[in-house]
Each structure stands twice: as structure tokens, then as C-alpha cells.
Design a protein. Sequence first.
Length: 297
Amino acid sequence: MKFGILITGLSLALGGCAHLSIAPSTRQAPDLKVVSWNLEFLAERDGAGCKPRTAADYAQMRQIADSLNADVIAFQEAENPAAAARVFDPSRYTIIMETRLGDVSGKCGGRQPEQTFIRQAVGFAIRKDLAFDRAADLTALQVGNPNLRSGVDITVRPAGGRPLRLLAVHLKSGCFSGSTGPACDTLAQQVPVLEDWIDAAARGDTRFVVLGDWNRRLAVPGDAVWIDLDDGDPADSDLTLADDGVVPRCDPRFTAFIDHIVLDRRSAVDFRRFSELTYATANHPSDHCPISAVIAR
């Protein structure tokens, strides 16, 4: 039912990364490029959070963000808009984030035992000249827990093109496959919420994409979460994984993506290509690599 994707693009050494997306000089004007990137505890201040960073680290991430040449970036794990603005140039992007405040407390533990947790929130960086509308956040994804993330729901309206609805998500971590992991009960509560949103969007007039950190290996054959979501009822909820058939290269320990760009039946018709940006140095700026999809306007 799904089809394999051929990765195309250039390999480019820039700011400690190998860029697998199409270069700016060859991009097709009618296309939209949408990206998902988990920023790993991105804090507003130097040295804060469970991945404390220096000013040079932020500068490297800004360079990577600029190199993406994206129209829309769905990001995860940013403390607040000021933190996001350290990566996504405010003169180039409009930054919006979920309104959930959370109830953050405690120490990070592990390799950063003295560091304090910060808010991990979902948002979008939207190219300044791209018109968009914002709907209410999908707060039901919190399933009663203030520290679980809401979905952020926007519709972009490219000049000379058709609207595209985008839902940015960051689902509960810890149930990457199967149904017996420590977080599987929570994820099992989030899945029907997401399915309800997908089904309602599929009944609407606007093509849509759900993207972000799903914390789930959806492309593994027989995955129960994917089977639940991709039931084709209503018809436009027949879904496509942009990364179907692609092996991630971000971290050699992992052979399947947990970050995904999921297209409804209408946006799948307009889907052009998928790519992943990988880091060329051992010092990764985040534990996730950006992924992107190019979609015709």
C-alpha cells in the first residue's frame, strides 16, 4: 500500500553536518519544504537544561537551521520562543509554540546530575513571507498530564499554491515498538486522540501532514500504532510515511526512524522527496537529526 522513497540531494559539509537536502540554487519554486527537528532540551540560556550548550553550540545550530532552507520547521524540545529564536533567525522565521506551560521540576540525572529540567515544548518556525492560520492547540494529547506535549495546528497558505494543514507533535517516549514498554499505556491513550484529529482533518477540504517526534518506529512492518492510524476511513486518512523504505543515518545504533512526516492521501499525491540531514562530527548538536519532505504547492 505504501511506496519506497528514493533519497536525492547533495552531501555538503557545513557547520558540522552533511546536508542531504536539495541545494537552494536547484529548488523548485512551486514546492514547499517542511522539516521536523527535535532540538534536545534547547534552553534559552547558555549552560541550562539537560543538554547544556555554549554560545558556539547555538551558533552551529543556527547555521544548520539556515542551511535547511525550509519553508516550515516543526520543532520539539524548546524551552520557549526565546530559546527557539537562538536557532531559527527571527528575521527569517515567525516562531509560534504551544501555549501549555507544563509543571517542570527535578534534576536531569544521568550524565548531567546537577542540571535542572526545563520545559520541553512543541512549535513551528514559519518563513516570514508564508501566510498561515493557527487553530487551537491539540491539548487532548496531554491526556491529563501537564508535562506531556500538546499538538500545534496551523494551515500555511503559499502564494500561488494550495493550503497545507500541519500538525506538529511530540508523543510520549518509551514505547518505541510493541505494547509492553514503560510508556505504552500513555501512548495508547494518545493514539486515539491523534486518530480523531486525523479523521476529522480527512473529512475537511484541506490536505494535511502530521510531523514531529512520534517516539515510535511506525515503519516497522505490522506496527500496531501505524495500523490503527492508517485505516483509510475516511478515504483521505489513507496515510503515507515519507520515510517509508529509508534507513536513518543519524545514529548507527538505530535502524528505523522515530521522527516522522506523515501525509494524508491528498498531500501524498503532491509529495516529491524525503531527506535526512546528518551530522558529520561526533559532537552532535542534538540527539535527533532534521528530516524533511518536499511537497508541491
